[in-house]
Design a protein around this ligand. Structure first.
Ligand code: BT5
Length: 329
C-alpha cells in the first residue's frame, strides 16, 4: 500500500480529496484507490467516501503495531518478517537476539514503548521516555564477511539522516560513526551487535533510538547540552509511524546495496551527511588515548582516517569523536 494516499488525506485535514487527486502523479486506477481505501478501513482508519466528492479522513491513527506499519513496507525485507510491538521490555536488542536464535528471517523487528535496560555502546545507558520516541531493533542476516559488516551502523545512521532530510528537518548531520545530530546535539543513536561463529555471521541486531516528541526539559539534566528531540528542534509534534516507515524504507535500500557488495554508494550517502569530515577533531580511543587531527575520510570498512599534525595517517575503528579546537562547529 502506498503511504502517499494516507498522507494526502491527512494534509487535507478532514476535507474532501477527489479521487483524481489521489490517483496522481502515477495515474493509478480508481479501482486501485478504492482497494487501498478498503485496506485503510480494515486497519482502523475511518474514511468517508462519496462518489461525487471523493474521500475524507475522519479518524487518523499513529500506531506502531504490525498491522499499521507492515502494509506500508510492501516490497521491502520489513514487510514479511516477524514484527513485535511491546509496551515494555528490557532492551529490543535482547528481544531481537532471541528472534535470531529462533531462526526468524531477516527484517524481523521488535518495537518497544519503554526499555527498562535500553543501552548504548559499551554498556552506556540509553535514556527513553514512554510514547515519545522510536526505539526498535531489526534482525539482519548479512551474507557478507564480518569485516564488511562494520558498515552496518554507518548505513543505519545514513537511513535516519535521509529520512529526516526528506521530511524537511534542517541542520541534520551524522557524527562518525553512527550518531545523528541536529545542530550538534544527538537526536539518534545506533547500537549494532553481532553473533559470529567459525562459519561467519549468524545474524546482526541493529538497534535504533530516535528522540521524537520528547520535550527538551524532560531529558535528564546530564543530557541537556548534548541531546535533543525532533520536537525540541523543530517546534512541532511528529507522527512516529511515518518516521518509522520512512527510516525502514531507506534502510532497506541501503541494505540491498550492502548485501550486493556495492560499498561506494553507501559511503557516498554517508559522506553527504557527515559533519566530521574535513574538520579538526579530537578522538578519545577505547584505551583512553586521545588523538587530535584532521578527519579526512572513511574507508571501505567504515573506519575513520585521521591525519595528525606530524602527517601520520591513523585508521580508527572505534572512538568518541568531538570537534577539536579551531574548527567550526
Ligand atoms: C548509542 O550509544 O547512541 C546507541 C543507542 C542505541 C539505542 C537503541 S534503542 C533500541 C535498541 N535497544 C537498546 O537497548 N539500544 C538500542 P552510544 O554512542 O554509546 O551513546 C550513549 C550516550 O548517548 C550516553 O552515554 C549519553 O551520553 C547519550 N544518550 C543517552 N540517551 C540518550 C538519548 N535518548 N538521546 C541522546 N543521547 C543520549
Amino acid at each position: 500500500m502506498n503511504i502517499r494516499l494516507i498522507e494526502l488525506l491527512r494534509s487535507a485535514e478532514s476535507d474532501w480529496v477527489s479521487s483524481e487527486v489521489l490517483r496522481q502523479p502515477s495515474g493509478v486506477s480508481r479501482t486501485a484507490i478504492s482497494k487501498q481505501i478498503k485496506s485503510l478501513l480494515a486497519m482502523g482508519y475511518e474514511i468517508e467516501s462519496s462518489t461525487r466528492k471523493g474521500y475524507r479522513l475522519l479518524r487518523d491513527l499513529d500506531g506502531l503495531q504490525a498491522n499499521l506499519i507492515q502494509p506500508f513496507l510492501e516490497g521491502t525485507r520489513f514487510a514479511s518478517g516477524r514484527y513485535e510491538y511491546k509496551e515494555a521490555t528490557t532492551s529490543t536488542n535482547n528481544d531481537v537476539r532471541q528472534l535470531g536464535e529462533e531462526g526468524a528471517p531477516e527484517g524481523s523487528l521488535v518495537f518497544a514503548e519503554v526499555q527498562e535496560e535500553g543501552r548504548g555502546r559499551r554498556g552506556r545507558v540509553w535514556f527513553n521516555r514512554a510514547g515519545d520516541c522510536l526505539q526498535f531493533s531489526v534482525l539482519l542476516r548479512p551474507p557478507v564477511a564480518p569485516q564488511q559488516a562494520t558498515l552496518i551502523p554507518l548505513l543505519a545512521a545514513t537511513s535516519v539522516y535521509r529520512a529526516l532530510q526528506n521530511m524537511g528537518v534542517k541542520d541534520v548531520a551524522i557524527k562518525w560513526p553512527n550518531d545523528v545530530l541536529i545542530r550538534n546535539r544527538k537526536v539518534c543513536g545506533v547500537l549494532c551487535e553481532m553473533s559470529v561463529d567459525m562459519e561467519g555471521i549468524q545474524y546482526a541486531i541493529l538497534g535504533i533510538g530516535l528522540n521524537v516528541n520528547t520535550p527538551g526539559e524532560r531529558f535528564p539534566k546530564e543530557l541537556w547540552d548534548i541531546a535533543c528531540s525532533l520536537a525540541s528542534e523543530t517546534g512541532k509534534t511528529w507522527r512516529r509511524s511515518e518516521l518509522l516507515i520512512a527510516i525502514l524504507k531507506e534502510m532497506d535500500a541501503q541494505l540491498t546495496l550492502a548485501w550486493r557488495g556495492e560499498i561506494q554508494p553507501i559511503l557516498e550517502a554517508w559522506r553527504e551527511g557527515a559533519h566530521t569530515l574535513g574538520k579538526t577533531i579530537r578522538v578519545e580511543m577505547p584505551n583512553g588515548e586521545v588523538l587530535e587531527g584532521s578527519a579526512e575520510d572513511v574507508n571501505e570498512q567504515g573506519a575513520l582516517l585521521v591525519r595528525d599534525s606530524s602527517g601520520k595517517l591513523h585508521i580508527l575503528h572505534s572512538g568518541e569523536v568531538s570537534l577539536g579546537t579551531g574548527s567550526e562547529t
